[in-house]
Every structure is written in structure tokens, then in C-alpha cells.
Design a protein around this ligand. Structure first.
Ligand code: HEM
Length: 159
């Protein structure tokens, strides 16, 4: 059940009705905002651990989140992704699998020191759902970079 609650104890409703049966909001939300500047190139790379610094712990630090490899500044959505928000688990993390599955359960997140989530195992509907979310984020938030894998042991040695 998800009605009336956005608590982070989501174990009993990690799977929701959308995309099959989207909520009114998810059906009618604006997919693109004309006020955003377009074609801004990614400005820097973030490893999962670097990205995790931008999880909203500090009010003066922007809130970032990765969707399909792109890191977005979701500071304007602090009420969603900031501490205590319904989607706080996504803050500072790769939210791709959670968005694809319609779940904000922690199990959809990839360990910070693990290889990037290759999104294996998602079915066609889940991939489509993720792509729709990617379009949504690209329309609402500014991209600030891209998610890159953690350096290998070899690369670490070289630095
Ligand atoms: C449990 C049932 C759910 C309800 C009742 C619900 C309700 C809502 C509502 C009302 C909004 C829009 C709020 C606003 O515009 O002020 C919203 C936005 C959103 N929801 Fe849900 N939601 C549910 C489940 C989920 C799940 C499981 C996910 C995760 C995959 C999710 C991800 C999002 C995202 C990413 C946004 C956009 C926030 C933004 O604009 O940045 N929702 N939801």
C-alpha cells in the first residue's frame, strides 16, 4: 500500500502500480520545462562515492542524483530527495534501478564501492519506465555530470 504515506519504511510497498497504472501525477506531470537551458554538456565525472557526498546532509551543498548515467542537480526537489523526503534514498545515488522498478527500497541501490549497476535483469517495461523517468529528469533538472565507475586498484596505484 502506498496511499497516504511517503514514509521510508517501504518494505510492504516496494512495487507500485505504475507504469502500468500510473498515478494522476505521474500521468500528467510536465515532461519538459521550456525554462531550462538546453544542451548543457556534462561538466564533471562522479564516482558513486563522490556522488554520495551530495546526498543533502548539508543544506548548503547541492543535492545530486544519477539517472541512467547522468548526474542531475535535484536541489530544487529537496522536499522529495532531501533528508526525510519520500525519495531520500535516491539522493547522492544512482536511482536508475529504483526508478525502473518503481521502488525506493534500499535494495535497488548499488553499493558505493561496487561496479556500476549494469541494469541487467530489467524487463522491457522496466527499461521503458526508466527511459521515461530519464526524460522527466532531463526536462526538470540540470545535468551536472556523469556517473563513472570507481577507479580500479591499478588506477588507484597510479595516482
Ligand atoms: C507509493 C505511492 C506513491 C505515491 C502516492 C506517489 C506520489 C507522488 C506525488 C504526489 C508526486 C508529485 C509531488 C508534487 O509534485 O508535489 C510524486 C513525484 C515523484 N515520485 Fe512518486 N509516488 C508514489 C510512489 C513512487 C515510487 C515508488 C517512486 C520511485 C520509483 C516514485 C518516484 C517519484 C519521483 C522521482 C517523483 C518526482 C519528484 C520530482 O519532481 O523530482 N514515486 N510522487
Amino acid at each position: 500500500m502506498c496511499i497516504g504515506s511517503h514514509s521510508m519504511d517501504t518494505s510492504d510497498y516496494t512495487r507500485t502500480t505504475f507504469p502500468g497504472q500510473p498515478s494522476l501525477y505521474h500521468t500528467y506531470r510536465q515532461v519538459a520545462s521550456s525554462s531550462l537551458p538546453r544542451n548543457i554538456p556534462p561538466v564533471r565525472d562522479f564516482t558513486p562515492r563522490e556522488l554520495s557526498e551530495f546526498d543533502g546532509r548539508d543544506e548548503n551543498t547541492p543535492l545530486y542524483m544519477a539517472v541512467n548515467g547522468t548526474v542531475y542537480d535535484v536541489s530544487n526537489g529537496r522536499s522529495f530527495y532531501g533528508p526525510g523526503g519520500p525519495y531520500a534514498n535516491f539522493a547522492g545515488r544512482d536511482a536508475s534501478r529504483g526508478l525502473a522498478l518503481g521502488s525506493f527500497d534500499k535494495s535497488t541501490l548499488t553499493d558505493l564501492d561496487a561496479p556500476l549497476d549494469d541494469l541487467k535483469g530489467l524487463d522491457k517495461t522496466e527499461v521503458e519506465s526508466l527511459n521515461e523517468w530519464a526524460t522527466f529528469f532531463a526536462g526538470k533538472y540540470l545535468p551536472v555530470g556523469k556517473l563513472v565507475p570507481n577507479p580500479t586498484a591499478e588506477e588507484k596505484k597510479d595516482n
